[in-house]
Each structure stands twice: as structure tokens, then as C-alpha cells.
Design a protein around this ligand. Structure first.
Ligand SMILES: Nc1ncnc2c1ncn2[C@@H]1O[C@H](COP(=O)(O)OP(=O)(O)OP(=O)(O)O)[C@@H](O)[C@H]1O
Length: 284
């Protein structure tokens, strides 16, 4: 059975449909990246799956239960790292983790604080007040809080926003060390490609594309973009056979064709064009 399964998931805020029938499935042990531009509905999806937000429609099962009616025992099997989390700056890293670990003891065997600090690379900060952590260390602590109960399913909502490249790289290494099922959201295609077994692109209220990074790239690898100028106008034609297209252009317009450029379309191009369509209000 899948750890997460949604069919026709819908969410409407007032008059606005944010999710218009989204199907997600996530198998045990898999890392799935939900990729999409700002406002695509990634956080909304995570909040619904984690039981924080009531959906408008569709069927949702997470770890065998409907998140709308999951009990505390069910909740203890989830780890949730949302975008921002505030707590008391004077609390020390180790103490906070020990305190949260006690919450999980009726439901299972939480991590020993020392082991968890080792895993996330904060051993040296065990006694540091939270207010004194760097942004990257703070985010590691957020992940530790999500992990402390040894969750079967971990949600990471845009975990590396605001990171510099080095902190991002460190964080990616941390995520790769984790041995659990993960659903992470990001608007960074490179991050999705690095961390996830599978990527789902959320845009325009639905799943615009889905597959491994290699599968997504293969779906579009045949496409090329032919750019040129003719008279006062510039053109950018997306075509399967660039050679044939260029031959036709020259036979029809000959010397009118100027500044010709042919380029393979990359996965990033396709993602950006989906984002642009979405942002200009055109459904993907
Ligand atoms: N409580 C709410 N009430 C009304 N509209 C909301 C609410 N929460 C989110 N929205 C709207 O729903 C849309 C999706 O928001 P959501 O935060 O899920 O997107 P996202 O993909 O996570 O974006 P980001 O990358 O910016 O975090 C946005 O247009 C947002 O303004």
C-alpha cells in the first residue's frame, strides 16, 4: 500500500481554486519532490496531507488514514517541517529535542538526543540557545524536530529557502542520509533532481508533469528551439526536427531570415515555461 495516495484532491480558497483534482502516490521508502512556482499550492498540499488543513474535495489516504480524522497515534508517525517555525530563542538545542522526544514515547521509540544531533550534524551545538544558531543550523534543528519521533513519513516544505550554495549542499547531503519516506516541496528544479527519486510538477492547479528527472528530460529531449528574426519581428519556434524546420524556413524566406540560432530545449526551459504560463494565468 502507498504511504500517500490522493485522488482528485481539490482545494478552494474563497472563489479561487488552488488544487483542481491532484493525484499523488508515494511508495514506502521513496523521496518525492513536489515542484512548483510560488503560489502553486505546494504548502496547501502538505498541510492537507499532514491533517492541518481541511480539503474541499477528493480522496486522501496518508499512512492508511484520512488525515482529516487522524488521531494522535497516527500523527506521531509523521514528521513535519514547515516553512517557518518559531520557538523560544533561549531554549537550548539538546533540551528542546529531549523535551519533544518525550512527547513521542507513548507511541514508539524516539531518537536519543545525542544520536539525533550526530545524524543532523549539530553535536557541537547541543548546548547552544536556539537564537544563536545560523540559518542553516536552525533549519537542521527544524529537521531534527521533524525526525525525533522516527517518522514513517517526513514532510519537508521548502527546506532550503534562503540558503547560500554551501548550506544548500550540506543540507542535501543530510537529506540523502535519512532513511525514511519523504515528500518535499521546492521551487528549485536542481534541488528536486538531486534529492528526489521522482518529481511531480504542480502548476495551474494540477500535476503538469511527473517522473524521474531522467524521464522528464527524455519527454522533452527531442525538442529544439529555433530563434530568428524576419523583418521587424523575432520568432522562437519550438520544434521536433530543427534541421527540417530550418530547411523549410530558408526555402520559404531565404535571405529574410536573420540571426538564426538553434538550441536544444532543456528540462529547465520546460519548467520555466510552465511557470511563466502559470504566472500569466494560463492553465498548464
Ligand atoms: N489560508 C488561505 N486563505 C486564502 N488563500 C490562501 C490561503 N493559503 C494559501 N492561499 C493561496 O493559495 C495559493 C497557494 O498557496 P500555497 O502557499 O499552497 O502555495 P505554494 O506553492 O506553497 O507557494 P510558495 O512557494 O510561495 O510557498 C496562493 O495563491 C495563496 O495565496
Amino acid at each position: 500500500m502507498n504511504v500517500v495516495e490522493t485522488h482528485g484532491l481539490r482545494m478552494r480558497y474563497g472563489p479561487v481554486d488552488v488544487l483542481c483534482g491532484v493525484d499523488i502516490h508515494l511508495a514506502r521508502g521513496e523521496v518525492l519532490a513536489l515542484l512548483g512556482p510560488n503560489g502553486a499550492g505546494k504548502t496547501t498540499t502538505v498541510e492537507i496531507l499532514a491533517g492541518f488543513r481541511k480539503r474541499t474535495g477528493g480522496d486522501v489516504t496518508v499512512l492508511g488514514a484520512d488525515p482529516g480524522s487522524g488521531n494522535e497515534k497516527w500523527r506521531a508517525r509523521l514528521g513535519i517541517v514547515l516553512q517557518s517555525w518559531r520557538d523560544h530563542g533561549k531554549w537550548r538545542v539538546g533540551e528542546l529535542l529531549g523535551h519533544i522526544a518525550r512527547y513521542y514515547t507513548p507511541y514508539g521509540t524516539p531518537y536519543a538526543v545525542g544520536d539525533l544531533l550526530d545524524l543532523i550534524g549539530l553535536t557541537g551545538q547541543a548546548k547552544t540557545p536556539i537564537a544563536l544558531l545560523s540559518g542553516g543550523q536552525r533549519r537542521r534543528l527544524d529537521v531534527a524536530i521533524g525526525l525525533v519521533g522516527r517518522p514513517e513519513l517526513l514532510f519537508l516544505d521548502e527546506p532550503t529557502v534562503g540558503f547560500d550554495p554551501e548550506a544548500r549542499q550540506d543540507f542535501h547531503e543530510l537529506v540523502r542520509r535519512l532513511d525514511t519516506t519523504i515528500l518535499l516541496t521546492t521551487h528549485d528544479l536542481a534541488e528536486a533532481g538531486k534529492l528526489a527519486d521522482r518529481i511531480m510538477i504542480l502548476a495551474g492547479g494540477g500535476i503538469a508533469a511527473s517522473g524521474t528527472a531522467a524521464e522528464l528530460a527524455a519527454q522533452i529531449s527531442g525538442k529544439s528551439e529555433v530563434r530568428y528574426r524576419r523583418g521587424d519581428r523575432s520568432y522562437a519556434d519550438s520544434v521536433d526536427d530543427a534541421t527540417d524546420h530550418v530547411r523549410n524556413l530558408f526555402s520559404e524566406y531565404d535571405k529574410e531570415i536573420q540571426d538564426l540560432e538553434v538550441r536544444r530545449v532543456s528540462l529547465e526551459d520546460v519548467y520555466l515555461s510552465m511557470v511563466r504560463q502559470f504566472e500569466s494565468g494560463v492553465s498548464a
